[in-house]
Design a protein around this ligand. Structure first.
Ligand code: NAD
Length: 50
């Protein structure tokens, strides 16, 4: 599935992205995930490093 996550570099968004790609949410981990994030003070690309 192709999934767009807004705010994906933030606290909750990055946890969601890691869960999707790691298969913790549906067991597959077979997704293409695109993050759209304004990178405000609370956005941090390091959250997505894993
Ligand atoms: N260590 C912790 O316990 C911790 C850390 C961070 C946040 N929190 C808490 O988690 C709760 C919410 O976290 P969250 O992840 O919902 O919020 P967040 O503020 O952590 O992340 C929001 C994300 O959305 C992005 N964003 C903001 N406006 C945007 C726009 N117009 N377009 C695209 N992207 C945009 C920001 O850059 C950021 O990456 C809060 O209560 C916060 O205090 C806890």
């Amino acid at each position: 599935m192709r999934i767009l996550v807004t705010g994906g570099a933030g606290f909750i968004g990055s946890e969601y992205v890691r869960g999707l790609l790691g298969g913790q949410l549906d067991g597959s981990g077979e997704h293409t995930v695109t993050v759209y994030d304004k990178l405000t003070y609370s956005g941090n690309l390091a959250n997505l490093a894993p």
